[in-house]
Design a protein around this ligand. Structure first.
Ligand code: HEM
Length: 204
């Protein structure tokens, strides 16, 4: 393989892994919303939904690393490796790659604190985990902004479908939370239900 075709190959690999990473990040975010409501996916038990959320997020890390490494290794444009994690230091596409670096940093913070969850308090872990609500739109902005291809045709449709799926997931999550009774009212409701179920004296 000559240098030019190897570079072309890397460039395509970088673009393809970027698209897969965006799809995986969307699936991970949707599954996260389901896990937070202890919802089930089709006939899967709840622990399987949690496992899928965790494993797909690790797969997303792998695709993100491939995306970044192939973009850096490709010689067509010069991108320094440190600019992938230090935002707005890339000479090439400073704004859009800088936004990508912010998205990557936030996502890595969420993943690393989740892997270390046993050593962190729940509050600290949850505070960092909430960053995933910011990392997705930032990753999305990088994906659409840095790529001419994602600004039209089927690639744009794919991006819009990801955004629509996540918007629907967040709406479902907010509605489900709003339906929850406050804790004090839950105790009353439970007591009332138990009381109603108790067989009355003399009843058969
Ligand atoms: C959350 C992190 C990221 C996600 C989800 C992501 C995803 C994407 C997607 C979907 C594309 C468009 C692919 C296409 O047009 O076919 C893209 C383009 C690109 N990304 Fe990322 N990316 C991320 C972070 C980064 C980082 C940190 C770098 C730094 C090296 C980077 C470098 C690039 C480059 C060089 C392009 C192509 C820009 C061009 O067409 O000129 N990405 N990315």
């Amino acid at each position: 393989m000559n240098a030019a075709s190897s570079s072309t190959w890397m460039w395509y690999a970088s673009r393809a892994t970027g698209v897969v990473a965006l799809l995986l990040l969307t699936a991970v975010a949707l599954l996260g919303l389901m896990v937070s409501r202890q919802a089930r996916l089709a006939d899967l038990p709840r622990f399987a939904v949690t496992g899928l959320h965790r494993n797909l997020s690790l797969l997303a890390v792998a695709f993100l690393l491939l995306h970044v490494l192939t973009a850096v290794a490709d010689g067509y444009v010069t991108i320094a490796l440190d600019s992938a994690v230090i935002p707005f230091t890339s000479r090439y596409e400073r704004l859009w790659l800088g936004i990508g670096a912010v998205g990557l940093d936030l996502f890595l913070a969420v993943i690393i604190t989740s892997l270390l969850r046993g050593h962190l308090g729940r509050r600290a872990w949850y505070a960092v985990h909430l960053l995933s609500y910011a990392s997705w739109p930032i990753a999305f902005a990088h994906s659409v902004g840095s790529s001419g291809d994602m600004q039209s045709g089927w690639m744009l449709l794919l991006a819009v479908a990801c955004a629509a799926a996540l918007a629907a997931g967040i709406t479902w999550r907010v509605r489900a939370a709003a339906r929850d009774l406050p804790r004090a009212q839950r105790v009353h409701a439970l007591m009332a239900e138990l009381h109603a179920r108790k067989p009355r004296a003399g009843a058969q």
